[in-house]
Design a protein around this ligand. Structure first.
Ligand SMILES: [Zn+2]
Length: 380
């Protein structure tokens, strides 16, 4: 951790310069400045006694347009150091002062709102930013904070309202975020068995962002729930145009639709096409399953042997051993197959294109950087 005196050097330098010039001006005009409290407070800070320093600053009577900057800088420093209770005390004290102008009060309120956010006191932060939203200078910042609060509180409809507001304020469309938020509302509706409401939000999600894979998958699940496998399959096959990298992730859902529709030939053709242009072992594995199902094990082994010669990969070797073990009565061969089968299993993995966070689970909102639709499948 940084030494507090090091962290506070900018504040000390700024305030030292400020008081020097201010004192000079006051001397010239013959006014005596009661500034000893500021130096006392700074001394406490530089001697790593922040609690005593806070007491001094809170008791200071003189807070105006110029000295407020020092209070705000101190508050920010405390918040950045994680000492939120100190920054809250400092800001609450400033707000309570009757001589504050409305502009300064709004600045301090904004800082207090950020303190509450940092402390996880979202309700308090929410009321502050709702008030500040009416102030033209703080409108944009408050809308960003409110969006963050409503997302953390999982109040998706309110979050949607704020994305729309921000789109207008910043003249910047956010279709991916909006469609993900509609998917969240749809998830909640599904959990409550409100199927029509869920379908409505999924429709909106796809209208706003036709490339939303999540909305297609959820739409397909909704159709499946109603036994409509034809439309479920259509919704899932749209992923090929949306982002083909997600096809292996939802491959079993797609194959399940083909099975329910008794479309064995179409399933085979779909997998044959897919594996020809796809390096994913999950695709190869499912292709081998249908190859065995429709043309027999020997055919599948021949295919794998040829593929292994072209690209000798552990995942392919393991798949070969699995098929071989079922097809071979030779003891040595069985032994080697068992060993190969113990090699580590590949799992799906996902990586965030914004912050690099990796996970074996697909997160539509990155747990690390909190951005939507940024986690992408890594081919295994
Ligand atoms: Zn991320």
């Amino acid at each position: 951790m940084y030494d507090i005196s090091f962290m506070l050097l900018p504040v000390a330098a700024a305030s030292g310069w400020y008081f020097a010039t201010r004192q000079f001006k006051r001397k010239q005009s013959g006014v005596k400045l009661e500034h000893s409290g500021y130096f006392k407070g700074l001394n406490y800070l530089l001697n790593e006694q922040p609690d005593k320093a806070i007491d001094v600053f809170v008791d200071l009577l003189e807070v105006d347009n110029e000295t407020i900057e020092i209070h705000l800088a101190l508050g920010t420093l405390f918040r950045q150091r994680g000492e939120v209770e100190k920054s809250i005390r400092l800001h609450q004290n400033l707000i309570a002062r009757p001589q504050m102008t409305s502009g300064l009060r709004a600045d301090v309120l904004h800082e207090l709102g950020l303190d509450y956010m940092r402390a996880g006191l979202l309700d308090r932060a929410e009321s502050i930013f709702l008030e500040l939203e009416k102030n033209s200078e703080h409108k944009l910042g408050s809308c960003h904070q409110l969006l963050s609060i409503f997302q953390q509180e999982r109040e998706w409809l309110a979050a949607i309202d704020y994305v729309v507001k921000l789109e207008g304020l910043e003249n910047n469309r956010q279709p991916q975020v909006l469609s993900q938020l509609h998917c969240e509302v749809a998830e909640e509706s599904l959990a409550k068995n409100e199927l029509n409401k869920a379908a409505g939000h999924l429709k909106k999600a796809l209208k706003i962002d036709p490339g939303c894979v999540r909305a297609s998958v959820m739409t397909a699940q909704l159709f499946k729930q109603n036994g409509d496998f034809k439309r479920a399959l259509k919704a899932l096959l749209a992923i090929r145009e949306q982002d083909i990298r997600f096809i292996p992730v939802f491959l079993d859902l797609i194959l399940d639709c083909f099975n329910n529709l008794n479309q064995a030939k179409q399933k085979f053709n779909f997998l044959a096409d897919l594996q020809a242009g796809n390096d994913s072992i999950f695709v190869t594995r499912r292709y081998i399953d249908v190859l065995i199902e429709q043309e027999g094990k020997q055919h599948a082994l021949d295919y794998l042997q040829e593929k292994l010669l072209q690209e000798p990969k552990q995942s392919l070797l393991k798949l070969f051993a699995q098929v071989k073990a079922d097809n071979d009565s030779d003891q040595d061969s069985q032994f080697f197959c068992q060993i190969i089968n113990k090699l580590e299993e590949e799992l799906f993995s996902f990586q965030c294109k914004q912050c690099g966070f990796t996970s074996v689970d697909l997160n539509w909102c990155c747990p690390s950087c909190k951005q939507w639709a940024v986690n992408e499948p890594v081919v295994v």
